[in-house]
Design a protein around this ligand. Structure first.
Ligand code: SF4
Ligand code: SF4
Length: 365
């Protein structure tokens, strides 16, 4: 076992590299196989096949000599309104959609991945001898949230996000799994951080699709983030109206969380909203051609939805807002014209969602 000093050295180095939080946990207790198994058995993972990766239930299959995990967090909160406030401000104005806060800036996989590699490089110079490390940002068969909790950095909340008492939940998490035998940062007691949700239920009450089926349990198939980003096919009809104006992800269960009310903001230029991405106009989104999409969203998390996914989502948002805007305005007519073009698209997914949106316009006109 290395001295506690080594753990402090890593945490200080992570801070130097710009991470807002860093903690270390032992690999024991890093998987919750029973919970995962039940979640999968209920079908809550939807089409996310990667959630069935058997390594998720046994971290030693990822790195057989793993002894510790280093968890690093980066705050991505910016001084911009929450989606629920912005929705109220945008009402009656130009038809807009909402892109989730985490996707406004540069792709966090690249930002965090680079910083984690820098941390490993610094550790290689410091910890002499053969040892292994694997870095993951949301891509490996590891629950970063559970690791962060085990490291004493915060808790997995009723909205299933990870929350830190001082920073809230607008946090990107990345991990380094290592064969180094490091002292956990919450030593000597080694207990995970306390759950501070208490009696609060705000996120469960605010979720528009009922995806939070009970505290700490999400049916991803109903979550707007899953529907708008992961699902490649048609969005179930009964979930389209509750999706509201969300075109990529959803922030609602974090917007309402009291722990985010005083969350500090980051000034990192790479995490500030890119032009056009803060509540983008639906007319603009729907007008994008596939090539333009690739160009505009190069290096952005929004790429994950792909062009047809984003157009599908924008059709739904437009349909949902149809009734809220005055009839016969040039903007509304323009949007209807574009939806009519998309309704005869050779892509049946786009054609069907555009036709659905048009029917909402007709019903409200
Ligand atoms: S992200 Fe939105 S849809 Fe998903 S659980 Fe939270 S509030 Fe519900
Ligand atoms: S809104 Fe309340 S219950 Fe939900 S995560 Fe935040 S503190 Fe926990």
């Amino acid at each position: 076992m290395h001295a506690v000093g080594e753990t402090e050295w890593i945490i200080a180095k992570a801070s130097e590299l710009g991470f807002d939080l860093c903690g270390i946990a032992s690999v024991e207790g890093l998987t919750d196989a029973a919970h995962l198994e039940e979640w999968l058995a209920r079908g809550y993972a939807g089409r996310m096949q990667y959630m069935h990766d058997p390594r998720r239930a046994d971290i030693m299959q990822v790195l057989p000599d793993a002894r510790a995990i280093i968890v690093c967090a980066l705050n991505y909160n910016t001084s911009t309104p929450a989606s629920i406030e912005a929705a109220a401000q945008a009402a009656g104005q130009v038809l807009r959609g909402w892109i989730s806060r985490y996707a406004w800036g540069e792709d966090y996989h690249a930002i965090l991945g680079k910083k984690l590699e820098q941390l490993v490089a610094a550790m290689r110079a410091h910890f002499i001898g053969p040892w292994h490390a694997r870095t993951y940002v949301d891509t490996g068969p590891i629950s970063e949230r559970l690791a962060a909790q085990q490291a004493g950095l915060g808790w997995q909340a009723k909205n299933t996000c990870f929350i830190n008492e001082k920073l809230g939940s607008w946090l990107f998490l990345g991990v380094i799994l290592t064969s180094l035998d490091l002292t956990p940062s919450n030593a000597p007691f080694g207990v995970p951080a306390t759950d501070l949700c208490g009696n609060c239920q705000l996120c469960l009450e605010a979720c528009p699709t009922g995806a939070l089926v009970e505290p700490y349990l999400m049916d991803a198939r109903r979550c707007i983030s899953y529907l708008t980003i992961e699902l490649r096919e048609g969005i179930p009809e009964e979930l389209r109206t509750p999706m509201g104006w969300n075109v990529f992800g959803c922030d609602i269960c974090q917007d309402v969380c009291p722990w985010n009310r005083k969350a500090p903001v980051t000034l990192a230029p790479s995490l500030q909203p890119r032009q056009n991405l803060l509540a983008p106009e639906l007319g603009w989104l729907l007008s994008l051609k596939e090539g333009e999409f690739s160009q505009i969203f190069a290096g952005s998390p929004v790429r994950r939805a792909k062009w047809r996914g984003l157009i599908r989502n924008a059709c739904i948002a437009a349909g949902n807002l149809a009734g809220k805007y005055a009839i016969d305005t040039p903007e509304r007519l323009q949007l209807q014209k574009r939806l009519s073009e998309l309704a005869v698209s050779s892509d049946p997914l786009i054609a069907e969602h555009a036709a659905w949106a048009l029917s909402r316009f007709e019903a409200s006109g």
